[in-house]
Ligand binder design. Structure first.
Ligand code: SF4
Length: 123
């Protein structure tokens, strides 16, 4: 988020509501730019961090090898009015339940909908 703070500084304290302008700034990638657009400007944007990428691939909802590809597939599959919610909901879910190592599948609330792609062991 340091990149976003510098971006705001560069624009006189106002974050530009523009994906291209944000990603031109050093240290601001698609994940941060979309998070800023969604949170600061309420623009439909999907911020895909490692958690969102991992969770949606394990579900079998997307089949991708990078967060950037995940963002593109999610844009195709999820209605725009839900885009801002994706990071807000799936980042903590990935941090605490669908963890990188040994996900908590036995107590997971969405186990019945999940294909558990790539999960070889879990709690
Ligand atoms: S069932 Fe397991 S792999 Fe699927 S979302 Fe839940 S924790 Fe993740």
């Amino acid at each position: 988020m340091l990149g976003i703070a510098k971006a705001a500084e560069q624009y006189g304290g106002e974050l530009p509501a523009d994906f291209e302008k944000l990603t031109e700034l050093k240290g601001v990638g698609p994940k941060c730019a979309n998070l800023a657009l969604g949170v600061a400007h309420q623009q439909a944007a999907i911020s895909v961090d490692v958690h969102v990428h991992r969770v949606t691939n394990r579900w079998g909802f997307v089949q991708t090898s990078s967060p950037e590809q995940t963002m593109l597939q999610l844009e195709q599959k999820v209605p725009q009015q839900k885009w801002i919610d994706i990071n807000r909901l799936l980042m903590p879910f990935g941090k605490h339940i669908c963890t990188g190592r040994l996900p908590h599948c036995s107590t997971c609330p969405v186990l019945e909908y999940c294909m558990q792609v790539g999960v070889t062991s879990h709690r």
